[in-house]
Ligand binder design. Structure first.
Ligand code: NDP
Length: 235
């Protein structure tokens, strides 16, 4: 049976990934930071194992790696993230440095440390796929390219995803020789707490579009940032 571990699996896009992989008959490790908020996951049925993981906690990352020692993972999906401040403290002129550090801990450092810790499991898996749910908001080259990209916007969120992208591109080169596919995806604008409830897309549709991209990924494709429709986004 194939297996996937998803961070931030209790709601939003993570929950939609868990649902979709369970429907495929996979074993799903649903990593959640708050074990009191996993009700929807437990109702899904299928082979789902809820595991505790706050991606900012090195102790919890280590404990998870210990719990999974010797177990292969076909796919690791680094999905968990926070948007950070939506008020003036997230934009130039008033940036709150503590909030900036916290968002970096979740969105940038967390996924890389989770990947370091679980790489042995992914190397044991048949598919050997590392997935990073990033955001077009982190694309440096897209700044100014379209009217709605001509504002600075949320500096904290943007820079956390831009830094994640830089790390992930490097990981793609480092792991290509080991046969690991590294997939960096923008999920589209989707109705969740992070995306906002006015967003046009549904998490299930976003996941249905991203799964074939994950299926098709090969190590030769590492180093590319993909939109949910399969088109390439400039870094
Ligand atoms: P949600 O806000 O719905 O979900 C975020 C998830 O991340 C929750 O499960 C949350 O857990 C978890 N999380 C937050 N902090 C931590 C932490 N420290 N440790 C572990 N888990 C944590 O967001 P989405 O589903 O929309 O976001 C999924 C991904 O998609 C993110 O990477 C986001 O940046 C990206 N994205 C989303 C877009 C959109 O339009 N929705 C657009 C572009 C990118 P908890 O319930 O405990 O808070």
């Amino acid at each position: 049976m194939k297996s996937v571990l998803i961070t931030g699996a209790n709601r939003g896009i993570g929950l939609a990934f868990a649902t979709a992989y369970l429907q495929r008959g996979w074993k799903v490790y649903a990593a959640c930071r708050d074990m009191g908020r996993v009700g929807e996951l437990l109702e899904l049925g299928g082979d789902v194992e809820v595991v505790p993981l706050d991606v900012t906690s090195m102790e919890e990352i280590e404990a998870l790696a210990g719990m999974l020692k010797g177990k292969p993972l076909d796919v690791l999906i680094n999905n968990a993230a926070v948007h950070g401040p939506r008020d003036a403290t997230g934009t130039f002129g008033n940036i709150d440095p503590e909030a900036w550090m916290e968002v970096f801990r979740v969105n940038t450092i967390g996924p890389v440390k989770v990947t370091e810790a679980l790489l042995p499991n992914v190397l044991m898996g048949g598919d050997r796929k590392l997935v990073f749910i990033s955001s077009m908001a982190g694309s440096i080259s897209m700044r100014g390219s379209q009217p709605h990209h001509r504002t600075g916007g949320p500096y904290i969120y943007r820079t956390s995803k831009a830094a994640l992208n830089a790390a992930v591109k490097a990981i793609g080169y480092d792991l290509r020789q080991k046969g690991v596919s590294v997939v960096t995806l923008h999920p589209g604008w989707v109705k969740t707490e992070t995306g906002g409830w006015d967003a046009p897309g549904e998490p299930s549709d976003s996941v249905a579009a991203m799964m074939p991209l994950i299926d098709a990924a090969t190590p030769e494709g590492n180093g590319v940032f993909l939109n949910v429709d399969g088109s390439v986004i400039g870094w």
